[in-house]
Design a binder for this molecule. Structure first.
Ligand code: NI
Length: 185
C-alpha cells in the first residue's frame, strides 16, 4: 500500500464529475486500500477518489471504528435535517456548519462489486452525504452562506501563506502533530 497525495481546494479535479466504476477489479481494490491508508494517516473519517486525484466514483469512510467502501453510491432516501460542523481533508483546518439530511439510505457496491444498502443516521449519514458530494464536484463550503464562505476561503488562503500547490503530502508523523481534530472528511 502507499500513501497518496491529497488534492486541496483550488485543484480542478475536486470540481469534476466522477465516472461510474464499471468493474470492481484488483486495480480498484488497490486504490481503495491506498485511500484507506491515506485517510488514516491524515486522521480523517472519509476520503473520496477525487481527493487523491482520481475520477473513479468511490469513497472510503471509517465511522466508530467501522470501515465502509462505497462504489457508485446513490442516495435513494433522505429524511429530516440536522446541522453540524464539518471539515474536509482537502480544506484542512477550515470548519463550517452544514445542514444535511438526518437520515439517508444509500445504495452502493462493496469492494467485491456486490450491491448493498446502508441505512444511516448521525455522523455516518453526514459523512456519506459529504463524500457522495465529492463524487459530484461539491464541497462542504458550497453550503455556507456567502459571508461565511468568503470568511472560510480567506482563512484558508491566510493559512496557506501564498502556497499555490494543489496537493499536500501526508505522513503519519506530520498528521499526528498537525491534526488535533478527528472530523475531517
Ligand atoms: Ni471532504
Amino acid at each position: 500500500m502507499s500513501l497518496l497525495d491529497i488534492y486541496v481546494l483550488g485543484a480542478p479535479i475536486l470540481r469534476q464529475e466522477t465516472r461510474v466504476v464499471e468493474n470492481v477489479d484488483d486495480g480498484v481494490r488497490r486504490l481503495i486500500d491506498d485511500m484507506f491508508e491515506t485517510m488514516y494517516a491524515a486522521k480523517g473519517i472519509g476520503l473520496a477518489a477525487p481527493q487523491v486525484g482520481r475520477n473513479e466514483r468511490l469513497a472510503v469512510l471509517d465511522i466508530d471504528q467501522k470501515p465502509y467502501v462505497i462504489v457508485n453510491p446513490e442516495i435513494v432516501l433522505r429524511e429530516g435535517a440536522h446541522k453540524a460542523e464539518e471539515g474536509c481533508l482537502s480544506i484542512p483546518e477550515i470548519y463550517g456548519d452544514v445542514e444535511r439530511a438526518a437520515h439517508v439510505k444509500v445504495k452502493a457496491l462493496d469492494r467485491d462489486g456486490e450491491p448493498f444498502e446502508l441505512d444511516a443516521s448521525e455522523l455516518l449519514a453526514r459523512c456519506l452525504q459529504h463524500e457522495i458530494d465529492h463524487l459530484h464536484g461539491r464541497l462542504f463550503i458550497d453550503y455556507l452562506g456567502l459571508l461565511k464562505r468568503r470568511a472560510a476561503i480567506s482563512k484558508w488562503e491566510k493559512l496557506r501563506k501564498g502556497d499555490k500547490s494543489l496537493t499536500r503530502t501526508v505522513t503519519p508523523r506530520e498528521a499526528a502533530a498537525q491534526h488535533k481534530r478527528d472530523e475531517e472528511l
